[in-house]
Every structure is written in C-alpha cells, then in structure tokens.
Design a protein around this ligand. Sequence first.
Ligand code: ZN
Length: 503
Amino acid sequence: MTGPAIEQLRMQLAELWDLRRACAVLQWDQSTMMPPLGASQRAEQIATLERIAHERSSSDRLGELIGAAEGELDGLPSDAMEVRLVAEARRLHEKDRRVPVELAVARSREASRGYAVWVKARAAGDFSAFAGALERNFRLVRDYIACFDDYEDPYDVVLDDFAPGMRTAQVSRLFAELRSALRPLIAELGDRAIDMSPLHVEFPVSGQRRLVDRVLGWMGFDPAAWRLDDTVHPFESSFSVTDVRLTTRYELSHFPTALYGAMHECGHGLYEAGVAPDLQRTPLGTIRSSAVHESQSRLWENMVGRSRAFCGALTPALIEHSQGRLDGLRPDALFRAVNAVRPSTIRIEADETTYGLHIVIRFELERRLLAGDLSVAELPEAWNSLMLEYLGVRVASDAEGVLQDVHWSEGLVGYFPTYAIGNLIAAQLWERAQADIPDLDAQLADHRLGPLREWLREQVHRHGSRYSDPQLLDRVVGGPVEVGPFINHLRRKLGEVYELDLA
Ligand code: ZN
C-alpha cells in the first residue's frame, strides 16, 4: 500500500516523462523526416519543451514531494519498487536542481542547431563551417560542469550523465588495460591477408532493405510496435515499450553498414521494449546507463552478428537478397571477412578489435578539450595524429576524421566511453549467456534468437533503471566491469578467423 505522497509523486513524474518523450519525438523527426529548413524553428520547439521539463524537474515543489514520499518508505526493503523509484527521482532532481533553467535550455537549443550545422559541414567535409557550433557546445558543457562541485575530475560530471556512478579514473584504468591488450593483437593481425571482397560487392539497396527486415524479424522486430527509417547517423529512440524507432544507413558497396548498424540499433530497441511495462511513466522505466545500453547493442551486433554460428544463418539470406552478387558465398568466408582486423578511419565501420581504440582516442580528445589543453582549431590535427599513433591510419579528410560522429555536435560529451565499456559488459554477459543456454550456438546457426532475447530480458531488460550498473552486474555476472572476458572473447574468435593459437 503506497502513501499519498508517493501517489502524487508518481503523477508528477508521469507528466515529466510525457514531456521528455514528446521532446524525443521531435528529435527523432528532426533526424529522419524533417526537411532541412525546419531546423531553426525545431530548435526552439525542443528548447521550449526542455524549459518546461527542466522547470518541473528542478522545482522546490518536486523536491518537497520527494521528501514527503521518502517519509512513507519506512519498513520497506531496500529493493522494493517504491524505494527504488523515490531514490531515482531524488537522484535526478538533485542533478537538475543544480543546473539553471537558462543553461539547460541553451544546451538543448545548441544541440539542435549544432546537429543541423554538422549535417551540412560533414556533407561538405568542411570543419571550419562546424568549428563555431562545436565551440559553443563545448563551452556550454564547461558551464554545465561548473554547476557541480562533488567530483575528483571535471569529466566525472559528464560521465555520470551516461554511466552513473562511474568515475574518470576507473575508465582511464580500464582503457589503459584495453589499449595494452589490443595493440599487440592489432600489430600481429592487422597485416594478414583476408579476402574482404564479399563485403564490397554492389548490393542493391532494395535487397539490403529486405535483408535487414528479415534479420530484424529474427531478432524480434514487431511491425505493430516498431519502425525502421533512414538517417545520416544511425540511432535508436523509443517513446514507450510499444513504440520503438530504429534508423540505419545504406551503402551500395558495403552492406555491413546497414546490416550491422540495424542489428546494433535493434539491440538498443530490444532493451527499451523489454522494460517491464508497469515501470513506464516512472523514472525507472527508462534506461539509466548508456554503458549497459551499449552492451546490448554491441552484444547483438558483434557477439551474435559476427559469430561463426550466425554467419551460417546469414549466408543464405545474403545470397537470396543480393540478387546474384553473392552467389557461392560460403559462411566461413563471411565469418572471416566480418571479423578481419583492419585498422581504418571510420568508427562505426570498425571491426570489433580496432573499435576500442577509436573510443580511447575520443575519450582522450574530449578530456583535453574540456580541460582547455586543446582548442577547437587544433582538434582536426590532434585527431589525425592520434589516429596515426594508435591505429596507424592516415586520415585523408575531416569528413572521414573529426567530422564523422554526430555526438559532439549535440553537446554529447562523456558518451563515447560507454561504447567501449558496453563492449566489455557485453562480453561478460555473453560468457554468462553461453553458460546458461547450452545450445546457444545451434540456436544462432538456425536464426532462433528468441531464447537469447528472453534471457537478456529476464536478466537485464525488464529491470529498467531499478538497479545501478554495479548492482545489475553483480546480480548477473557476479562482479564489476572487467577487460578480461572481452579480450578472451576476441582471442578465441580471432584464433578461428586466422587459424592461429591466440587463446
Ligand atoms: Zn549504440
């Protein structure tokens, strides 16, 4: 039996949820459907909704209601739903309360503007056209950090928005370990010959669309509750557990862009669709941690999508939909090509092994930008020189360098580490899933993905934001984020790909 203050709080939080979801609809539309000239007014529409939401979430009235609700929790166990709900409301309120509404609105407005500027600058490969928007967004991030004082490193503040509870020092340690494990692997394997030609056939986009539909169908895409649209930079967004939006991007001569991009976003979608429906319109109904979110997308994209077993299921579908371009393709050739270690310039097309270094580079650069050790004008050169140092690749243009990612254009600083941490968590979950589902490989080979999806739903998805990352990981894998399982996974797989003893 919940008390009156908890009930009132629930109603307030439900409206706040609606405002945030309405804002997300506008953002989804901006990235998929909106004609370019809609951009400036859209920025104002989003900013207005953000103002209303921020005023409510930071209000004294909400603070008092949370206080009253806390008084009604006596005697309940610490993981009771009401206790979790009130605690999460408190956590979010305390963060929002520190940020003046004008700053929250300015960040939201510059995020929309920055996105529009980035789309044009990226298409033109013109960094100078983007520099001003980037400068403004980073300045606002610095202003945002200045609202807080309880951190060891300024970067802790932005990291906490995407991986709550995680600290910069911990990420630095994990990344140092990751880097020193990846670099010798890349040095050993990066030059070995693998036939990549199957990935570069001209694969008609109409066929790619049918292929993607089919694979997403295996994963659990429900046309009554989900949509898939085209975008410049793929993303996933959801407005309820029965309204999930995916996007992907098609390249005529590189079908993995669309296929693996869609599997990645569908992994995100399954997470959001799998949250227990009764948590909707509460702060527990959304996903607290982008790191755990990315563990889901990366698990489907890589552990499933690039496994030897699933390549067996993909091959006949590729042959069927490529309209003759991939006749005679063998599963083993696909498995080798999609796992080949090939240092390259574009993060979202990077293989699973080199991917982590793309993230380490962004993590280092954004920390230096925030600290003022690096200016926006110096950024392209710093980017290119780290790409050369860590990955040994030369960046030919800013379009395939510093302009490739959408995140900074929208003031998303502190997000990038969650991709690499997501990979680490994905490998930890994958070990557990393999132990719990003994014939998992046979299921993947037969594109029966339901049992894995249900396992993830039971272990991770249904909880929404009920647990913190450490609590969730403790429940499922029995400990904190670790590098070891990811490196073991890579060594095992690459040993098969290259027919070497790497394990
Ligand atoms: Zn993702």
